[in-house]
Design a protein around this ligand. Structure first.
Ligand SMILES: Cc1cc2nc3c(=O)[nH]c(=O)nc-3n(C[C@H](O)[C@H](O)[C@H](O)COP(=O)(O)O)c2cc1C
Length: 390
């Protein structure tokens, strides 16, 4: 049997590129416009260095933390992504992997599996929502998430429907009928291993959004749900405060980059915020989250959980973010590459790669636990950090 294990996320990404149809791989890479933010999310981590010790190191290192009332075996959370057409088990495989490795999972409202299916395999699910459909619909979705057993809500706000890409966006069909299957067949046939994972389960990629279904209705098509969201009036701060008041549990606002917004999120009673630019998929030119993290931690980090989301590809990235004040990080593409090539085991492989990298950094930095990390463990070039909204 072929060796499916990989030693870094970069290796997993290379294998995913070979395995996935071009349009699926392209949809994961994404990035808005010229890809400035997408690239900055990665290069910013490259610009940060580490300041190691060589003796007095610790034989045992700990990395467990608590975020949004949940215990994390390491400071990593699965960020919500819609994983249509990546793997037939989709978010259920991700949920199992996260549960096996002891970390929470954000489930996208545009995910391919329902909140009920994912909560059945993972008891640390945060349900992610966009502001779509107005207050009545939002309350229905909160009630559904609560009934399913979600432990928290992630409200994602960093999306401005800026979808053009200089390299050309992949074509994604509205549904998989005979006509679209014929159109896509050259791509699918050129990726036989990917195709076989579906054929073995007698399924086709699911292009619906089950978590956007109204009570008693069948799941809408992905683009139907997207259209509902596009047509919805963007929320005011009052709307967000109102939504928070409707959920009796941990509540995260995802997508914050500015200090003034971070303070508003704290003031409306959120338990957490994620510093994020949607993986470079929102407004192009938004700085990498790691550049604005310290300013946001300084403003609100003592009062709510601040997590870093964007650009994490190795354990040392996690350590850099925690040293600069994040309670934990969220990961997106990293686990999608693992899922693409080896389902649940591939996601577990990614999480093990990150854990190993965090541990090696703690050893080298002379720490016995992630909570001992400080900004002094990280080197940054002049002008690296940004402060927005002060
Ligand atoms: C293919 C893809 C789909 C995504 N879908 C969602 C989504 O449905 N909801 C959401 O809040 N964020 C979504 N995101 C953003 C991720 O949650 C996360 O913020 C981003 O991937 C972090 O950057 P990274 O990929 O560099 O880790 C998506 C990202 C990707 C790559």
């Amino acid at each position: 049997m072929a060796n499916t294990w990989f030693e870094t996320v970069a290796v997993a990404q290379r294998r995913a590129e070979k395995r996935l149809p071009g349009s699926v791989y392209g949809a994961i890479i994404g990035g808005a416009e010229k890809g400035l933010s997408l690239n900055d999310n990665l290069t910013a981590f490259d610009q940060l260095g580490l300041a190691p010790h060589v003796a007095g190191l610790h034989a045992e290192r700990g990395m467990e933390v608590e975020v949004m009332g949940q215990h994390l075996s390491m400071p990593v959370i699965i960020s919500p992504t819609g994983v249509q057409a990546v793997h037939p088990e989709g978010e259920v495989a991700v949920g199992r992997a996260a549960a096996n490795r002891g970390i929470p999972m954000g489930l996208s409202s545009f995910g391919s599996k329902s909140i009920e299916e994912v909560c059945a395999v993972n008891n640390q699910v945060f349900h992610q929502m966009y502001w779509s459909g107005g207050r009545d619909v939002m309350v229905q979705r909160l009630q559904r998430a609560e009934a399913a057993g979600a432990k928290g809500i992630i409200l994602t706000l960093d999306w401005s429907f800026s979808n053009g890409r200089d390299w050309g966006s992949p074509w994604i069909p509205e549904k998989l009928d005979l006509k679209t299957m014929i159109k896509l067949s050259p791509q699918a046939l050129s990726r036989p291993k990917w195709l076989m994972t579906y054929l073995k389960t007698f399924t086709l990629p699911d292009l619906s959004a089950p978590n956007m279904a109204a009570p008693g209705q069948k799941p809408p098509a992905f683009f139907g749900a997207y259209y509902e969201w596009m047509q919805s009036t963007p929320p005011s701060w009052d709307d967000i405060a109102w939504l928070r008041s409707q959920w009796n549990g941990p509540f995260m606002v995802k997508g914050v980059c500015r200090v003034d917004d971070a303070k508003r999120v704290r003031d409306l009673g959120a338990s957490a915020l994620s510093v994020s630019n949607h993986g470079g998929n929102n407004l192009d030119g938004t700085p990498a989250p790691i550049r604005v993290l310290p300013s946001i931690v300084e403003a609100v980090g003592g009062e709510i959980d601040v997590v870093l989301d964007g650009g994490i590809r190795r354990g040392s990235d996690v350590v850099k973010a925690v040293a600069l004040g994040a309670k934990a990080v969220m990961i997106g593409r990293a686990y999608l590459w693992g899922l693409s090539i080896n389902g649940q085991a591939g996601v577990e492989n990614v999480l093990d790669v990150l854990r190993g990298g965090i541990d090696a950094c703690l050893l080298g930095l002379g720490k016995s636990h992630v909570n001992e990390l400080t900004p002094d463990d990280v080197t940054a070039p002049d002008g690296f950090f940004r402060t927005l909204g002060v």
